[in-house]
Design a protein around this ligand. Structure first.
Ligand code: ADP
Length: 250
């Protein structure tokens, strides 16, 4: 579905992403994980065509993504950013349906799709007329997801979608996201710095450090067969609260 070949990006003297190869198969959830500043969002933005690479190529199926076709191809991608990235001056309904109205989709189609998506993300209908500032963080994320899914894209890109939420809402939304990904069968690329979230949501994890992929595979492979000591360090840097009781936390 997605093929990245020797794709790289520098900001000034700083290499945000070293030349990188990555293949993402259809209907899988791939999680880009790693410490803050390692290049996860840069990689996601390169896939979305929001950042121009210094070298390398991205293919969506057999189509090379270029400056000329990215606008068209973006209709096949849904993009969710932290906090939802909603337009503050538009109601929930206007935010979700913006692109569909711009593309002059049929009114009935838009209404039906809106209804389906509200059910999918468990958003009560009375929230449709509210503005983003009148929503909780979790509700904003649900609306952001609805907006990304409105045109029924094949590829869903999510940049730290749950990063700003408190632990209990985050836990609940992780469960819902996993169910939604399984139900829709879409290709998903998600960025997080949280390894537990990555392991829970991802079929494949892509662990990045300093702009370089350290290891790619299911969480089990990273845990059982770490490619280098950083993988173990990253796994062990995640502290569960119960470890404090058992003395495992140092
Ligand atoms: P992550 O998502 O893993 O936290 P990013 O991909 O956002 O990391 O950033 C990777 C590196 O590139 C960081 O050092 C960051 O400061 C730098 N960077 C990202 N975007 C820009 C930008 N627009 N201008 C300059 N530097 C940037």
């Amino acid at each position: 579905m997605l093929r990245l070949t020797q794709i790289s990006k520098r900001y000034g003297d700083h290499p945000a992403l070293a030349p990188t190869d990555l293949r993402i198969e259809r209907a899988t959830t791939v999680v880009l994980v790693g410490p803050s500043g390692c290049g996860k969002s840069t990689l996601l933005r390169l896939i979305a065509g929001l950042v121009t690479p210094d070298s390398g190529t991205v293919h969506l199926d057999d189509t090379l993504i270029t400056a000329d076709n990215i606008q068209q191809l973006r209709q096949r991608m849904g993009y969710v950013i932290q906090e939802g990235g909603l337009f503050p001056h538009l109601s929930v309904q206007a935010n979700v349906t913006l692109m569909a109205r711009y593309l002059r989709r049929d009114r009935n189609w838009i209404d039906e799709r809106l209804e389906q998506l509200m059910q999918l993300v468990h958003l009560p209908p009375d929230l449709l007329t509210r503005f983003p500032c009148e929503l909780s963080g979790g509700q904003r994320q649900r609306v952001g997801l609805m907006r990304a899914l409105m045109l029924d894209p094949e590829l869903l890109l999510l940049d730290e979608p749950l990063g700003a939420l408190d632990p209990m809402i985050r836990y609940q939304l992780q469960q819902e996201l996993r169910a939604i990904f399984a139900q829709l069968g879409k290709t998903v690329v998600l960025v997080t710095h949280d390894l537990a979230e990555a392991a829970y949501l991802g079929h494949t994890l892509v662990l990045i450090k300093d702009g370089r992929i350290v290891q790619t595979g299911p969480f089990e492979a990273l845990a059982r067969r770490p490619a280098e000591t950083f993988v173990q360090e990253f796994i062990h840097a995640q502290r569960g609260p119960l470890a404090t009781l058992t003395g495992a936390a140092q």
